[in-house]
Design a binder for this molecule. Structure first.
Ligand code: MCA
Ligand code: AMP
Length: 514
């Protein structure tokens, strides 16, 4: 019996394949039935198989969000290949790194980026570059159209790779987290139970899908949740708070990063009546402020369920769905999911006492296989007894409820996207007139944290903030670009010469009313 994740998702499709599986919510509505997903993924999988790729080949995808892009992901699984999703905001230097490191056999990009992406891909040895646009045009679908709509999913073992997700490194290179079919399926099954997904026989669920599909939250947690339950999705290619609220009367489940909740709250239309039909609101990817948690309960009558995870581990903990098992506590991320181990470890590597703050370490069937072609780094991130070091700092109470209080990794989470200061600093330091820089995260009312840069000019140079921002925009994804940039004479340093980012954060904490 094959352990291909696609086969498990396919087995959960409803018996009546002519029901609507996905309805698009922006533009004229398109209705994709379960049969459309079955046939579309078969044709794409047959196209991929016709390329005769070696086992374990990577398929790198940088496109806008579309149902076809989701089908491509499913087809990659179905064909037994490895999916490599990339943020559509990545610029050429970032793409060059990912393509060079992952050496994908196939790259799929938006038609408008074909020129530069194909150049990068072909020079890195990629054999096939296809285009896929969000209006269903492009060479990928054209080529798939001539293939059969029947396809037997490739046999895959539980430990075979299903996807690689790049997470930026705190120092140096971005790391590709290798996730297996079993990592993803075990997690999806646990979440199905934990969040009480209702099968069609139980009245069914309808998910509002408004997150990007190049990260764990939108691609795995949200899509797997609906697919494994045979539930319909209302599909937004971009988050639009007013439009999402307008569709709530037809839906039951919504998943978002905290910024989406902040933006929903800014809409007067968000009220109990609008949320009457909803069953569950889930938040994750970044800390949900208690103010947002409280305001949402007040306005909607719903208590947001916060959970915690990582690209390397998929989901780790969750507040309870069933409130007879405890209340959903704002500011906490709940208990370890079934089968997942979570512990807090102190400075001297001893286990923390109840409520004592320590480094969070985890293990379980959901924990990834290692970093792509980085055995050393992989070893460093696991303890001798096999626990993965998350880089998050937290405490665990007597009931096992986890509270994340900070991070030991120098990481900014802005609107649910991770930004590594070291990466932004290294690009900034190369710009003309810049001697050195420090990049920090400061509270931001909308994004949770915003990126801010403080830099020192080279002697005799007078770099202009506007020009530096423009230069950064050409080199790195827009969400990493500092929202403000300060030019100073010196960076504050401690006796060891290390930049005191805590002082800079304190100095700039009021910038964005966070
Ligand atoms: C957009 N901008 C941002 C961000 N997004 N700036 C900082 N942080 C951001 N997250 C800026 C752009 O650079 C641009 O600026 C301007 O906002 C408008 O861009 P646009 O794309 O139109 O923005 P938007 O549509 O309003 O997007 C905001 C968003 C989006 C909807 C909050 O960022 C988003 O979908 N975030 C979700 C990320 C996510 O799915 N994370 C899950 C990771 P300019 O005009 O100056 O260029 S998975 C994960 O972390 C784990 C494992 C987990 O636990 O889930
Ligand atoms: P990523 O590398 O994108 O997978 O981001 C994973 C990181 O997001 C975790 O290590 C945490 O720092 C953070 N994170 C995810 N969910 C939460 C949450 N509910 N509360 C606080 N931080 C979170």
């Amino acid at each position: 019996m094959s352990d291909n994740l696609f086969s498990a998702l396919r087995a959960a499709f409803p018996a009546d394949l002519d029901q609507v599986a996905i309805e698009t919510a922006d533009g004229p509505p398109l209705h994709y039935t379960w049969r459309d997903l079955e046939r579309g993924t078969a044709m794409l999988a047959n196209l991929l198989e016709s390329l005769d790729l070696p086992a374990g080949s990577r398929v790198a995808v940088q496109t806008e969000k579309s149902v076809e892009a989701l089908m491509l992901y499913l087809a990659v699984l179905r064909a037994g290949l490895v999916h490599l999703p990339l943020n559509s905001a990545y610029q050429s230097a970032e793409m060059a790194y990912f393509i060079g490191d992952a050496e994908p056999a196939v790259v799929v990009c938006a038609g408008r980026s074909f020129g530069w992406v194909s150049k990068l891909a072909f020079s890195a040895g990629t054999a096939h570059v296809f285009t896929l646009n969000d209006d269903r045009s492009g060479s990928l679908l054209q080529r798939a159209a001539v293939h059969s709509d029947q396809h037997a999913a490739a046999d895959r073992e539980a430990g075979d790779l299903a996807a690689i997700l790049y997470t930026s490194g705190t120092t140096g290179r971005s790391k590709g987290a290798m996730l297996t079919h079993a990592n993803l399926l075990s997690n999806a099954r646990v979440l199905k139970e934990c969040w009480g997904w209702r099968t069609p026989e139980q009245g069914g669920d309808v998910l509002i899908h408004a997150l990007p599909i190049f990260h764990v939250h939108g691609l795995f947690v949200a899509s797997h949740g609906a697919l494994l339950n045979g539930s319909k999705m209302i599909w937004f290619s971009k988050f639009d708070p007013q439009a999402v609220i307008a569709r709530m009367p037809e839906a039951t489940v919504f998943m978002g990063v905290p910024t989406l909740y902040v933006r929903l709250l800014a809409e007067p239309a968000l009220n109990r009546e609008a949320c009457r039909h909803m069953r569950l609101f889930i938040s994750g990817s970044a800390p949900l402020l208690i103010e947002t948690f409280d305001a949402f309960r007040e306005r909607s009558g719903h208590t947001i369920l916060e959970r915690y995870g990582m690209s390397e581990t998929v989901m780790l903990t969750s507040n309870p769905y069933d409130t007879t098992q405890g209340e959903r506590r704002g500011g906490t991320v709940g208990r370890a999911l079934a089968g997942v181990g979570v512990r807090a470890v102190g400075e001297a590597r001893g286990l923390c006492a109840t409520d004592e703050i320590g480094a969070i370490e985890v293990r379980g069937p959901n924990v990834f296989k290692g970093y792509w072609r980085m055995p050393e780094k992989t070893r460093e991130e696991f303890t001798a007894d096999g626990w993965f070091k998350t880089g998050d700092v937290g405490r665990i109470d007597a009931a096992g409820v986890v509270t994340i209080v900070g991070r030991s990794k120098d990481l900014i989470i802005s609107g649910g996207y991770n930004v590594y200061p070291a990466e932004v600093e290294s690009v900034l330091n190369e710009l003309p007139g810049v001697l050195e820089s420090a990049v920090i995260g400061v509270p931001h009312a909308d994004f949770g944290e915003a990126v801010v840069a403080v830099l020192v000019a080279r002697p005799g140079a007078a770099p202009q903030a506007g020009a530096l921002i423009a230069a950064l925009k050409a080199q790195i994804a827009n969400f990493k670009v500092p929202k403000q940039l300060f030019i100073v004479t010196d960076l504050p340093r401690n006796a060891m010469g290390k930049v005191q980012k805590n002082l800079l954060r304190e100095q700039h904490k009021g910038l964005f009313g966070g």
